[in-house]
Design a protein around this ligand. Structure first.
Ligand code: HEM
Length: 464
């Protein structure tokens, strides 16, 4: 009798799961949609996506082609690995393909964050952002400060073993922070960074807002970061002194005619600290890793930087003209970004039903512009899994290629691109001209969902 009960319950359970899957399949089987699977109701295929990463993408592509549907992070999503379609999506924000970052992430980054807005608000925030991080500012005001803090950060490494992942993260944050406010907040720098790190981790975690979760801590981190920023702005407004930093430009409204509200100022600061944090630090760490593994490339890079140093006195900082001479360094940075795939892709969502490549994508669906595979396209990059910075010198048009989407494309192309490259170049300049290093070895680097060394990347450093 009991055995029969168990069998019946098992049967009913299986039937229930089967019906759930079927119902989900029917729900998303509208005419005109690309092929693909939607997984379980609500959970979709998120866990497969996170567990298998690029393999999930490759398997689905093998079954369904370059454009397929799935359900990840709580939303029906189209994934595109089609370079032409990806470019077209990035160029067509005006047709209703706006940023589609999850609401949970935007709750932490702020509703006035540049990645959360579109239309006029985006136009204003972007022109303000460019007045803070664009080339004219880098030349005259940001580069001298990058010099100062990179040198400061690299002091006293001689003879020690350092975790280059931790070091590049600390350096990147310190530089961005000091660009925003150089003088004030120094005393509370550690506390501010602690809260910001919580915000960063929370923004990339599952949105479960209960005590103890990363998301919960992330929201707390935002609250505390906001408290620090409000105090900073208040203090700055009362100060009779004029400062030479980004906060000063923000409070004066920058070069743009549009004056930012206080809420926009706070979220703009968070956007600068956030967008350039992991991207720049991971690129710096991975460049150190690839250069260590490729002595020929390291030698050519060293030669480039020593020839710059020869023209200067020992303490003289590098300037814009020196930076412009760093052609091999730029190639190393692009090759690092490509091979490590620091950014896998970007998210958009549809404001209305839209026809793309013969498919009809319903309103409110997410669109994952997956750019990772383009980085390993053998036609664009022969021997794509080889670290070969020279390819960027041999084929100068690679950087301007229409499928080069490492910094995004269209109206949202990264406004911090040049600042990011200048920061990594300056770090490499002082690092390779001051130190030799050896990896302690054996530490794993994972490339998905983000590039990181889960247990750090230890190197032993000695001065020349
Ligand atoms: C190697 C370094 C970097 C890489 C690979 C990178 C990559 C990207 C990519 C792919 C996008 C497009 C996002 C989208 O279309 O949704 C983007 C946007 C953005 N990046 Fe960067 N980035 C880097 C450094 C920086 C730095 C240093 C800053 C500092 C200000 C910055 C600020 C931004 C901002 C504010 C946006 C949003 C632009 C908008 O929505 O109009 N990035 N970045």
């Amino acid at each position: 009798m009991e055995v029969l009960m168990v069998i019946s319950l098992l049967f009913l359970g299986l039937l229930f799961f089967f019906c759930l899957l079927k119902w989900n399949k029917i729900k998303y089987s509208k005419k005109g949609l690309p092929p693909g699977t939607m997984g379980w109701p609500f959970f979709g295929e998120t866990s497969e996506f996170l567990k298998q990463g690029p393999e999930f993408m490759k398997n689905q592509r093998a079954r369904y082609g370059n454009i397929f549907k799935t359900h990840i992070f709580g939303s029906p999503t189209i994934i595109s690995m089609d370079p032409e379609l990806n470019r077209c999506v990035l160029l067509n924000e005006a047709k209703g393909l706006v940023p589609g970052y999850p609401q949970s992430m935007l709750d932490i980054l702020g509703k006035c964050n540049i990645a959360a807005v579109y239309g006029f608000s985006h136009k204003h925030l972007r022109s303000n952002m460019l007045s803070l991080v664009g080339t004219p500012l880098i030349k005259d005001r940001l580069l001298p400060r990058i010099n100062r803090y990179v040198k400061l950060h690299l002091r006293n490494w001689d003879g020690s073993t350092v975790d280059i992942q931790e070091k590049t993260m600390n350096m990147t944050f310190l530089i961005s922070f000091k660009q925003i406010t150089e003088v004030e907040l120094s005393s509370i720098y550690d506390a501010f960074k602690f809260e910001f790190d919580k915000l960063l981790v929370g923004s990339l975690s599952l949105p479960i807002n209960i005590p103890g979760t990363k998301y919960y801590h992330g929201l707390k981190g935002r609250k505390n970061v906001m408290k620090f920023l409000k105090e900073l702005v208040e203090r700055r407004r009362q100060s009779p002194v004029t400062y030479d930093d980004m906060l000063d430009i923000l409070l004066r409204g920058g070069d743009s005619a549009y004056m930012l509200s206080d809420e926009e100022i706070y979220d703009q600061i968070i956007a600068i600290l956030y967008s350039g944090y992991e991207t720049v630090s991971t690129t710096s760490m991975m460049a150190v890793k690839y250069l260590h593994d490729h002595p020929e490339a390291l030698q050519e890079l060293r030669d480039e930087h020593f020839s710059i140093r020869k023209r200067k006195t020992a303490e003289e900082p590098i300037d814009w003209d020196d930076y412009k001479c760093m052609t091999f360094t730029r190639a190393v940075i692009f090759e690092t970004l490509r091979l490590a795939t620091v950014v896998n892709g970007v998210l958009r969502k549809t404001m209305n039903a839209i026809e793309l490549n013969g498919f009809v994508i319903p309103k409110g669906w997410r669109f994952y512009v997956y750019t990772r595979e383009i980085n390993y396209d053998p036609f664009l990059y022969p021997e794509p899994y080889k670290f070969n910075p020279w390819r960027w010198l041999d084929n100068k048009s690679l950087e301007a290629h229409k499928h080069f989407l490492i910094f995004g494309g269209g109206g949202r192309i990264c406004p911090g691109k040049e600042l990011g490259i200048v920061t990594v170049s300056t770090f490499l300049h002082y690092f390779v001209t001051t130190y030799r290093w050896e990896e302690i070895g054996g530490q794993k680097i994972v490339k998905f969902p983000r590039v990181e060394a889960p247990k750090g990347l230890l190197i032993r450093v000695n001065k020349f």
